[in-house]
Design a protein around this ligand. Structure first.
Ligand SMILES: Nc1ncnc2c1ncn2[C@@H]1O[C@H](COP(=O)(O)OP(=O)(O)OP(=O)(O)O)[C@@H](O)[C@H]1O
Ligand SMILES: [Mg+2]
Length: 637
């Protein structure tokens, strides 16, 4: 090998190499496998402050931070395995104890036959600028979000590891890329939207939802757009999961509501059927008891008369029960009319005060000018009484009972999941107490007939069932808010009507002096009840024709030589319904009175248990006096 500048041959070349190392600006030193320093050039002396004579032959550990001693061993292994360590940033200790930030490049030290004997280090102090840059990079790396700096030409000039991960590109792949190809920003004023929803395009073609915020940084008269990109994948997923969970909870809630409604509906049918049959039986029992009592009294048999009166009283209690059952089953005969709920509350307020007792404070808060609702006022009284009595029972040591009314608008969201409710205008009746409250399992079953938590003999469990039947029959909805120890609030919603509240005339008292007798055609399919009717009416001096159904009644009427004053008919009968019979009968005897009898009229006279307000009706089971009064009114008309 022939060198220039006067060097030639192997020895000279070795000398040349020594001179290169000796005069290099970079600190160069060699370390053996046992980490003793083998060689140390003047630049190393200058950088670390150790003269070669002091350190050669000694451990290199003196210049290494104590916590990095292990790294040193690891690096040797890496170098042995063929790795190259370049511009590795770390710090080393100066002889006077201060730390020097350095960039190290390390390479293996081998004998000519290739045996590894240690490693060589080229150390360069890291400049202030380099240090600034490196802390800037560290800062970028420490940011939780992806970051790219974009030059004026729209190309990326710097980025952090998070950005590489986000876009699926290594740093050298990201630098120089057109940022517009990597990020789709929504078309909005950038100034107006500091953080906008956007999409990042990954190297593999997939997209990631991101939130992008930008700011401008001026470095040495260069403008750099700093773009922070936050990966929203988790947030979007969490939101989706939340929505899914909400939808599921909503569905479960709706399903539970529906099941509860269906269960109550089924119970209603059962209860209604039983109650209807019971009604007829009770009518027979109580009327025969009355016959016995009357006959016994006439013969001076007071003891028998007293016993019969007991039967009548028991039958009356039975009748009350069946009425509640029918109300729950929405089969009770109701006479709904437009009314002002405030008037209903005011009308019954005094009675409620008396029945709840003085240890309970009743507050009534009525919102003036309520829209009208359509309901049977008697039934609403029953609702208020039942709720007030329950509240009283829940506050044995006193408390507050509040009754409130107010208009309310039901929207689609509120109505969904409540099978009885449709969006629209409602009047809200709220009855709240400060009593014991109800646990969830009691709330769940509270509306079921015969469900009670009260001791035997104290409650029948029909109070809330009745309330439920009445409110739903009126097209309304009801809800319990309660927790043990927190009191109970019943919320009832009743649909409003545009009709003005009707003024109810008090029923005219029959004038006993002007008692009229007439011919009455009684139609009843229940044989026992037919006998009862015949006896009551004939005893009162009326002429009686009796038929078991519609066609038989029409035949009787057609063949009757004289006048018939009143048609007294059951509503639901085989072969012909009461109202059809009434229509046909009116063709034969126009102007004659028509009196209906029924335990319920729902399936016939209208849907929803309503009764044509013009139709006169005697409710079963009726007493002798009730029947005779109704007949009298019919004759007097
Ligand atoms: N205001 C209330 N506070 C606490 N619990 C209540 C309240 N209202 C009802 N309950 C609970 O709901 C159950 C059912 O009430 P419901 O009115 O149907 O029957 P009852 O009061 O037990 O008997 P009944 O009313 O037929 O005499 C009650 O037994 C009670 O446990
Ligand atoms: Mg009750």
């Amino acid at each position: 090998m022939v060198g220039t500048h006067g060097y030639a041959g192997s020895a000279r070349s070795d000398q040349l190499l020594r001179d290169v190392v000796h005069s290099a600006d970079d600190a160069i030193f060699a370390v053996g496998r046992d980490f003793t320093v083998l060689a140390w050039n003047p630049a190393a002396e200058a950088l670390f402050g150790y003269p070669a004579g002091d350190i050669v032959g000694h451990s290199v550990d003196v210049i290494i931070p104590p916590d990095r001693l292990a790294d040193q061993r690891e690096m040797l292994e890496l170098i042995e395995a063929g790795a190259r360590l370049e511009r590795f940033r770390t710090r080393r200790r100066h002889a006077d104890g201060h730390w020097i930030p350095v960039a190290l490049s390390m390479s293996p030290l081998r004998t000519p036959d290739g045996t590894l004997t240690g490693y060589t280090v080229i150390a360069r102090p890291v400049s202030a600028r380099e240090r600034l840059e490196s802390s800037f990079q560290a800062l970028l790396e420490a940011a939780p979000d992806a970051f790219v700096g974009v030059g004026d030409d729209g190309r990326i000039v710097l980025s952090n590891t998070q950005a590489e991960k986000l876009f699926g590109l290594a740093r050298h792949g990201l630098v120089g890329k057109d940022v517009a190809k990597l990020l789709s920003l929504p078309a909005v004023e950038p100034a107006a939207a500091p953080a906008a929803a956007a999409v990042a395009h990954r190297y593999d073609g997939s997209t990631v939802p991101v939130e992008v915020s930008e700011s401008i940084l001026l470095i040495d008269e260069n403008r750099i757009r700093c773009v922070m990109i936050r990966d929203l994948t988790e947030r979007v997923r969490a939101q989706e999961r939340l929505l899914l969970m909400q939808a599921e909870a909503e569905r479960a809630h709706v399903e539970a509501q529906l099941q509860r409604t269906q269960r109550l509906e089924g119970l209603g049918q059962l209860a209604g059927g039983v109650a209807h049959d019971f009604n007829n039986l009770i009518a027979v029992i109580s009327n025969y008891a009355t016959f016995i009592a009357e006959a016994a009294a006439a013969d001076g048999l007071d003891e028998i008369a007293g016993d019969a009166a007991q039967i009548t009283r028991a039958a009356q209690r039975g009748a009350d029960l069946t009425h509640q059952l029918l109300a729950f089953a929405r089969r009770e005969v109701v006479r709904p009319r437009p009314l002002d709920l405030n008037e209903v509350v005011t009308g019954i307020e005094q009675m409620l005060r008396r029945s709840i007792g003085e240890h309970i404070t009743l507050s009534v808060r009525l919102e003036p000018d309520l829209p009208s609702v359509t309901a049977d006022p008697g039934q609403l009284d029953q609702v208020l009484v039942n709720l007030a009595v329950n509240a009283r029972d829940a506050m044995p040591r006193g408390g507050d009972l509040t009754i409130e009314t107010s208009p309310i608008e039901v929207d689609l969201a509120y109505a969904s999941g409540r099978p009885h409710l449709h969006p629209g205008h409602y009047v809200r009746l709220r009855v709240s107490d400060t009593g014991t409250g109800m646990p969830p399992e009691v709330i769940e079953r509270a509306f079921e007939p015969f469900y009670t938590t009260k001791p035997a003999g104290k409650g029948t469990g029909l109070g809330l069932a009745t309330v439920y039947g009445i409110v739903t029959a009126a097209g309304g909805d009801l809800n319990i808010y309660s927790e043990p120890g927190m009191g109970t609030t019943f919320t009832i919603l009743l649909p409003t009507t545009d009709a003005e509240p009707a003024v109810l005339e008090p029923p005219a008292e029959p004038d006993p002096a002007g008692r009229r007798r007439g011919t009455i055609l009684a139609v009843e399919d229940e044989p026992a009840l037919r006998d009862v009717l015949r006896r009551i009416l004939t005893t009162a001096g009326h002429q009686v024709l009796i038929a078991a159904d519609g066609p038989a009644a029409l035949a009787l009427a057609a063949g009757h030589p004289g006048r018939i004053d009143v048609l007294l008919t059951d509503v639901v009968m085989p072969h012909m319904l009461g109202k059809d019979l009434a229509a046909r009968f009116a063709e034969i005897f126009p102007g004659a009175g028509v009196l209906f009898m029924s335990g319920y009229a729902r399936p016939v006279l209208a849907s929803q248990g309503t009764l044509d307000p013009d139709a006169t009706l005697v409710e079963k089971p009726f007493s002798k006096a009730q029947l005779l009064t109704a007949v009298q009114q019919c004759l007097d008309r």
